[in-house]
Design a protein around this ligand. Sequence first.
Ligand SMILES: [Zn+2]
Length: 300
Amino acid sequence: MIYIFLCVDFDRDAAFPALGHKHAISKPRQTEIQDILTDPEKSAEIQGSIEGFDQILSFLIKKKLPTVFYFEARTTNLISKRHPEFLKRLNQPFFEKGVHGYDHEDLVGEETGVPLEKQEEFNLIKQAKEKIEELFSTEITGFRAPYMRLSENTQKILLNLDFVYDSSIYLESDKAIIPYSDEHGMIEFPVIKTPKASLMKGMYTYLWPLFEGKRGIKEIVSNYIQLIHNSTEDNSYISINLHSWHFAYSVEQNCYLSQKEIHKNTEFLIKLITKLEEIEGVHFSTPKLWLEDNKLLRKT
Ligand SMILES: [Zn+2]
């Protein structure tokens, strides 16, 4: 059996690092005045995630499709205050909830120029975990680093905070993969990047190029089918990764999309899910369910 994980990085609209700011700034707010840019809450826009994710959310709920969400705490907290009904819809038992930073921090400071101190990083991830656990009344086991960038301390911090797995590392592979445990005992579920020389031509398994119009849906579907066909190891997995706002906001064009375009993007993802579901031996799941099926989850 091949596992497919649908992974949603649920964050502020197009979170980008900005020089001198530890929190991310939504791209649509990047030209605002300093007072807004220095405020982690005011510099977060969530319109795209709310409007863009609405249609696909209905589809996932109707199908009860296992999906993993990596929630940015600030965005999720804003949703709970401004759109409590939407938060309720996100709180399905078949949706696994993980953490994606408090304010979508660039943990290593690669682009912000302001790396987090070890204690500061610990406190932020702890607060983010507690916030997500409180909002969804659930226990969190998974983490995905904003911008897929882990600091040298992150994995130890995650272990100390009782996370079970991380999913923030790219691994080059032309087939489904198996998670591994790092030297500290943290389980890593890498995200596949296909080799340039493969039939998939160097594809990150993020749907970014699809929503930005750089790769067509036919090519994406056939690449995923190819990945599945190449897969030989039983219980290996492939993840499909995307951002909550990407149905409704184009980074390249720097603008929000029309309802018609949101619908088109939603249909793209539905098509990909439907095509993969038709393949025999393919099973939609989540990292936590994978660990339970494969009896590797630590006893609590
Ligand atoms: Zn993100």
